[in-house]
Design a binder for this molecule. Structure first.
Ligand code: GDP
Length: 283
């Protein structure tokens, strides 16, 4: 009715404009659309039904709000009695999430291209604060799925590594952190986040080794040193780990479990809460 509509209009006009952007990547079927739809529904219950479907062929940009009880980096010690919580409830922190299609054929032109554009943009309106890479933790036991997922993650991390290494010494630009959102923890076949991390690291290591070999063979001919093209920016001899990437390049990767499905029931651990907390730490 009219009061609800007025409330929405009023709410919209006082809410802080969303200026922080996050990019949502990951293979098809990981739960990206479900996650985006859930965040939209939680952000504006009155308009819940308006965007119940997203196409999977193009990117969608949604503006969502952080739950008031989720702390941000600039507001670490917010408690339930804190007056700033009241303010946050009245005027929630908003951010924008760009959902990208995960289908193999569209990755280069959509997900990776989007990452390239957003991570190098100097425009504050499109400045990238973080990347959420969603994985289906029940599907990673399948070797082909693991390989496909790790390849996509490897390519995304390489874009961020190049950005980190090429940005020149004049201006300090903060690195773009990555959250591996280990989704579908409600399924009993799901791998726990620790194994997801290990499997992805081991698979990226394999991808890196075969790439190093290819580059070595090529550099015999052209004499170029292509260490920058090797994820982790080392010679690719030792084992790859996300820790190595953080130490060598400054790009931080966290693997955190959750479930889009369990969020409303609060049945399966924390739902998407811990991912929202990660977002909060980037704000
Ligand atoms: P996308 O291709 O990454 O956008 O994936 P979708 O959002 O279309 O999700 C793929 C399927 O996984 C759908 O059937 C969702 O209902 C399901 N799904 C998403 N999140 C979860 C979850 O946390 N648990 C379970 N069991 N299923 C989920």
């Amino acid at each position: 009715g009219v009061p609800v509509l007025l409330h929405v209009i009023f709410f919209r006009s006082v809410a802080s404009p969303p200026s922080s952007n996050f990019l949502l990547l990951g293979p098809s079927g990981a739960g990206k659309t479900a996650f985006t739809t859930l965040l939209e529904a939680k952000s504006s219950p009155a308009t819940k039904m308006a965007h119940s479907t997203h196409t999977s062929q193009t990117s969608t940009l949604v503006s969502v709000s952080l739950p008031p009880t989720v702390p941000t980096a600039s507001n670490r010690f917010r408690s339930v009695n804190d007056p700033s919580l009241k303010e946050a409830t009245r005027n929630p922190i908003r951010y924008r999430l760009k959902d990208t299609p995960g289908h193999g054929k569209l990755r280069a032109s959509q997900g990776i291209a989007e990452l390239q554009a957003m991570s190098t943009s100097k425009d504050m309106k499109t400045k990238l604060r973080g990347v959420l890479f969603m994985v289906d933790t029940a599907a990673l036991v399948d070797d082909a799925t693991l390989r496909d997922t790790a390849t996509y993650l490897h390519d995304a991390l390489l874009v961020l590594q190049k950005r980190a290494l090429n940005k020149g010494s004049t201006k300090r630009v903060p690195e773009v952190p990555v959250l591996v959102a280990a989704n579908k923890q409600d399924l009993f076949t799901a791998l726990p986040p620790g194994s997801v991390r290990e499997k992805l690291e081991a698979e990226i290591d394999r991808i890196r080794k075969s790439k190093t070999k290819g580059l070595l063979d090529a550099s015999m001919d052209n004499g170029l040193d292509n260490e920058e093209d090797i994820l982790g920016n080392d010679d690719g001899e030792g084992a790859f780990s996300f820790k190595l990437l953080e130490m060598e390049v400054g790009v931080k990767v966290d693997v955190v479990g959750g479930a889009v499905k369990g969020d409303q029931e609060e049945e399966y651990g924390s739902g998407v809460r811990r991912w929202e907390e990660w977002v909060g730490q980037c704000l």
